[in-house]
Ligand binder design. Structure first.
Ligand code: NAD
Length: 487
């Protein structure tokens, strides 16, 4: 008999307590060797004045048990509240969000009977870095950060996952036809790492057509890896077309800790009615059992759950108007079937070898310990952003041109990325946010930060309000910045 494994459990908000009680009841009945430690997170904690939605002693439990079974929470509307999910993922380094999407035809109605794909979403970076600024009265900005180590970790994880789970193909989604540097890096790292896994087939789709293809022919996909925002959107589409968002579980994996949950939210519209489908959280808990080295219990629960669906026992979201059962009745039906296998759907046997800590190599040290690339970084110029709502583009352009030298030449001015000087079109719509690009003048071999400071003084003296700068670097001679549209 395995000794009991301490896990941290949060019942969450809305339908959270109902589906967590149901899930724990099934885990207990199946003989899961777990010792839950309950913590409070979510609405109550937010409203008590903790803007992160989680108290210090809850962190203590999470960092000690390193395994978190979490019900959905409600994030209060309005400013000042940080997303608890994003905070937990980033604080605990849970860089990989793994979301299997499987259809259970004909037991759960779906247009895609042969769907069995896994989305592996990068969980810490991209637009979810949460770095946003209002720069002018008219313009706000969100920084999209894609890093080489972050991309290496998630992409390597996707390939390792494919190998361990006997999957044959890994697809990458990005938008590198538009975002050549950020998404371009993700795609480039994908190509580099895929060369280390010759046994696995690979391909790449631009995100928009990629998601359209998931919605149309999901059976063409196996494992798909993508940056954070795209993964958030694609995985909800994928879950919904299996038949219901109420079915799928997900894991959030880091080198030290892991969090398991349903993919859906707290469903306040049906909270307290006793009709919620606990399947998403049950599936999250099954992933947790495999992770903590209890694959037999995981298989037992999974097969009982499949048998319940096969027997036509559905909560309202799946029954879609036909006869349905309550959360409690569904839970009892799964418990009654523990030890039984489905007849039509192939039963699942999780690997006996699966063990916490041995499951996957620790990606962060692996990535950190790689030799640092030998890169020569040179400063090519600077972009200076101005706030101005009084002058025309020609008026700004002429004044800026006059103060660019001697170290720099003024090459282009853009507004929302489009060239407006020299030679802009009168049709181009402009805001109060101007980007002036300065590159090296013929007499200057390499720019310095001091030269940029002097340039900014000249910009100020000419009567302009500069609001930010962005240095223009080359890395081993290659441009580290994009050209303005029309430049
Ligand atoms: P939701 O997923 O809670 O609900 C969407 C729809 O699906 C609703 O009609 C709901 O009744 C139904 N539904 C969801 N889960 C169900 C289940 N298990 N059984 C039956 N029906 C189910 O999404 P929402 O309404 O956009 O969000 C509600 C709240 O949840 C928000 O505060 C949001 O911030 C939060 N949320 C939390 C998480 C999380 O904690 N991981 C994830 C998403 C949303």
């Amino acid at each position: 008999m395995t000794s009991k494994r301490a896990i941290t459990v949060a019942k969450g908000d809305g339908i959270g307590p109902e589906i967590m009680d149901a899930t724990l009841e099934i885990l207990n009945a199946a003989g899961a060797q777990i010792e839950p430690e309950f913590i409070d997170i979510g609405e109550k904690v937010y409203l008590s004045g903790q803007s992160a939605g989680i108290a210090d002693d809850a962190w203590e439990s999470l960092r000690r048990t390193k395994v978190f079974l979490k019900a959905p929470i409600t994030t209060p509307q309005g400013g000042g509240y940080k997303s608890l999910n994003v905070t937990i993922r980033k604080s605990l380094g849970l860089y990989a969000n793994v979301r299997p999407n499987i259809s259970y035809d004909p037991f759960v109605k779906t247009k895609h009977p042969n769907m069995d794909l896994v989305i592996i979403r990068e969980n810490e970076e991209d637009l979810y870095a949460g770095i946003e600024h209002q720069q002018t009265p008219e313009v706000v900005q969100c920084l999209k950060l894609i890093t080489r180590p972050g991309s290496e970790k998630i992409i390597r994880y996707a390939f390792e996952y494919a190998r361990k789970n006997n999957r044959k193909k890994v697809t990458c989604f990005s938008k590198d036809n538009i975002m050549k540097l950020t998404d371009g890096l993700f795609h480039k790292v994908f190509n580099e790492i895929s060369a280390e896994y010759p046994d696995i087939e690979t391909n790449h789709w631009i995100i928009d057509i990629g998601i359209a293809k998931i919605a149309d022919t999901p059976e063409d996909f196996d494992v798909i890896v993508m940056p954070n925002l795209y993964g958030d959107i694609a995985s909800d589409v994928a879950a919904q077309i299996t038949g219901s968002v109420g079915l799928a579980g997900s894991s959030n994996i880091g080198d030290q800790c892991a969090m398991f949950e349903a993919i859906h939210g707290s469903a306040p519209d049906i909270a307290g009615k006793g009709i919620a489908n606990p399947s998403g959280l049950i599936n999250g808990a099954i992933m947790m059992l495999v992770h903590i080295g209890q694959p037999e219990v995981a298989s037992k629960i999974h097969n009982a759950w499949l048998k319940t669906l096969e027997d036509g026992i559905y909560t309202g979201d799946i029954a879609k108007g036909a006869a349905s059962v309550s959360t409690k009745e569904f839970t009892e039906a799964v418990t009654d079937r523990l030890g039984q296998n489905p007849k039509t759907i192939t039963p699942i046997t999780y690997s006996k070898k699966a063990k916490e800590d041995e499951e996957y190599p620790k990606m962060s040290p692996l990535v950190k310990d790689r030799p640092k690339p030998d890169v020569v970084r040179t400063l090519d110029g600077v972009d200076v952003f101005l706030c101005n709502n009084e002058l025309t583009s020609d008026e700004i352009g002429k004044k800026i041109e006059a103060i660019a030298g001697p170290e720099f030449k003024f090459v282009v001015m853009t507004n929302r990325g489009v060239k407006v000087y020299p030679g802009g079109f009168p049709e181009t719509f402009t805001t109060d946010h101007w980007r002036c690009r300065f590159n090296l003048s013929e007499s200057n071999a390499e720019a310095t930060n001091a030269q940029i400071r002097h340039l900014l003084e000249r910009v100020e003296k000419a009567g302009f309000d500069w609001i930010k700068t962005e240095n223009l670097y080359r890395f081993n001679g290659e441009l580290g910045y994009s050209l303005g549209q029309g430049q």
